[in-house]
Write a protein that binds this ligand. Structure first.
Ligand SMILES: Cc1cc2nc3c(=O)[nH]c(=O)nc-3n(C[C@H](O)[C@H](O)[C@H](O)COP(=O)(O)OP(=O)(O)OC[C@H]3O[C@@H](n4cnc5c(N)ncnc54)[C@H](O)[C@@H]3O)c2cc1C
Length: 442
């Protein structure tokens, strides 16, 4: 069991928000319990479900969905189902993923030692396993909400010393399309949403959520292939495990889980992204503006997405325009950087070029003393709201806990449910400056 760890700071520059190293929001002390004492959850189901939901913070978080936990060290996949919603004025319902076929969690074992009951239990285990794998119809992507599917790493593109874009392909059985729709993109129905998948570290049986990057419109991909930007956390169980896997290895994945369904009538999005929070920001661009090919999502020609992307180090966004001392200057000019752009920065530039004036990205680098500040947010909001237009305006925030808390206040737990919590932080302080804007904490 691991002992307490000291947070690892890579540089001394102070950030305006606490630098929690990951977007995992459970108290670290509970992690060990999650990994090693999970079977104890059966002893007091009610308390354990609550605890399980709390522990699930780094593993997954949903908007209106559910949490399904599998723990496959026993013959039966033990499923805990914990519902927690994010019900505020900001968060709209996302697609429900409840299933009537959800098996009930196993009760505490009042075990007898008779062979008969053992046999019966094993038979029940087999039946439950069968039910899990067969009765809940898998989505067309081939992924299952509760059963892990092995995806193969087909490429790893380093972005920085700590971040990598992984490309994963589904098992061959799922790449032989049965229809044209499947051959196009089996995840197409999910792109109007912010969604994630759960990865498993098989030895420790721990799982974490990761957010797929939308497919590149410029590069043909295998149907069902997925890309992820994954940052290796110092001492992180799953991210370190993933970082060590080589091309050709498999990763166990399940899902999808919809975090938030972007309202169809959205007119403007200002997205504050911290680190790997750029992944949901890219999903937001895709959700609002479509894929640029099929016309999907691209209902209005003046819908805008402005991304304010903060990173700790320049290496996370190399090639990004250099920070300028004041917001108006970087918004109006694009100072050039001498270093070659990272694939991610190139991707963002590609979106800006494809949607001029509609997609804009501003970069902030902690180590260089540039932070997303009140002025930056207000300018983004004002420039988005220049034109009078119908539709909902969203300020979306994704990143490490401390980042979200600093800008919009923390998410909260109430009665075992995770909710958006009241608006707080910098955005609350903007008062009337953000009147009419809804806030979504991811
Ligand atoms: C919806 C959602 C989507 C996400 N999408 C992405 C994504 O696209 N890309 C991405 O990179 N991440 C994403 N994350 C974060 C990701 O799920 C993980 O939280 C992250 O990869 C870290 O997991 P880990 O297992 O490597 O680290 P953990 O093992 O959870 O450790 C996290 C940190 O805590 C420290 N720590 C561990 N144990 C202790 C202890 N006992 N005491 C003190 N400190 C401790 C570790 O050193 C490490 O720095 C997402 C999270 C959510 C909720």
């Amino acid at each position: 069991m691991q002992g307490p760890r000291v947070a690892h700071w890579e540089f001394p520059a102070p950030a305006p928000y606490p630098r929690t190293s990951v977007k995992s929001r459970h108290p670290p002390a509970l992690r060990a319990d999650f990994k090693f004492n999970l079977p104890l959850l059966h002893q007091d189901e009610k308390a354990s479900m609550h605890r399980c939901a709390r522990l699930a913070r780094s593993t997954r978080r949903v908007c209106r969905g559910d949490v399904g936990y599998t723990h496959n060290t026993t013959p039966v996949a033990v499923i805990f189902r914990c519902c927690f919603s994010t019900t505020t004025r900001a968060a709209e319902p996302s697609s429900e993923s409840t299933s009537s076929t959800q098996p009930t969690p196993p009760k505490s074992s009042k075990s007898t030692s008779t062979l008969f009951l053992t046999t019966l239990a094993l038979a029940a285990a087999g039946a439950t396993t069968y039910q899990l794998s067969s009765s809940s119809s898998p989505p067309s992507s081939g992924l299952h909400e509760r059963i892990f599917t092995p995806y193969t790493i087909t490429s790893k593109t380093p972005i920085s010393p700590t971040s990598t874009i992984f490309t994963l392909s589904p098992p061959p059985s799922q790449t032989s399309p049965t229809s044209d729709t499947q051959s196009a993109d089996p995840f197409a129905p999910l792109w109007p949403t912010i969604w994630s998948l759960t990865f498993r570290q098989p030895q420790l049986q721990v799982a974490r959520s990761y957010t797929p990057l939308p497919p590149l419109s410029t590069t043909p991909t295998t149907p069902g292939a997925l890309r992820f930007l994954i940052r290796r956390e110092h001492g992180g169980e799953v991210s370190t495990y993933l970082s060590r896997l080589s091309v050709g290895s498999t990763i166990d994945i399940r899902g999808p889980v919809v975090e938030y369904a972007i309202p169809p009538d959205v007119s403007d999005v200002v997205f504050l992204a911290g680190g790997t929070g750029i992944a949901p920001a890219l999903q937001a661009v895709r959700a609002v503006l479509g894929d640029g090919v099929s016309g999907e999502g691209d209902k209005s020609t003046n819908t805008t997405v402005k991304i304010l992307w903060a990173n700790r180090q320049r290496s996370e966004c190399s090639g990004a325009p250099l920070p300028a001392p004041s917001w108006w200057r970087i918004w109006d000019t694009t100072p050039t950087s001498t270093e070659p752009p990272s694939p991610l920065v190139e991707e963002l530039r590609g979106l800006e070029a494809r949607y001029p004036g509609r997609v804009e990205v501003k970069y902030f680098i902690d180590a260089e003393g540039s932070f997303i500040d009140r002025r930056g947010i207000l300018d983004a909001v004002k420039s988005a709201g220049k034109e009078e237009k119908e539709g909902r305006k969203l300020i979306m925030v994704a990143g490490p806990d401390g980042f979200v808390k600093h800008y919009v206040g923390p998410r909260v737990w109430e009665g075992g449910e995770e909710k958006q919590g009241p608006l707080g932080g910098v955005v609350k302080g903007l008062g009337l400056g953000v009147k009419g804007w809804e806030v979504v904490k991811l």
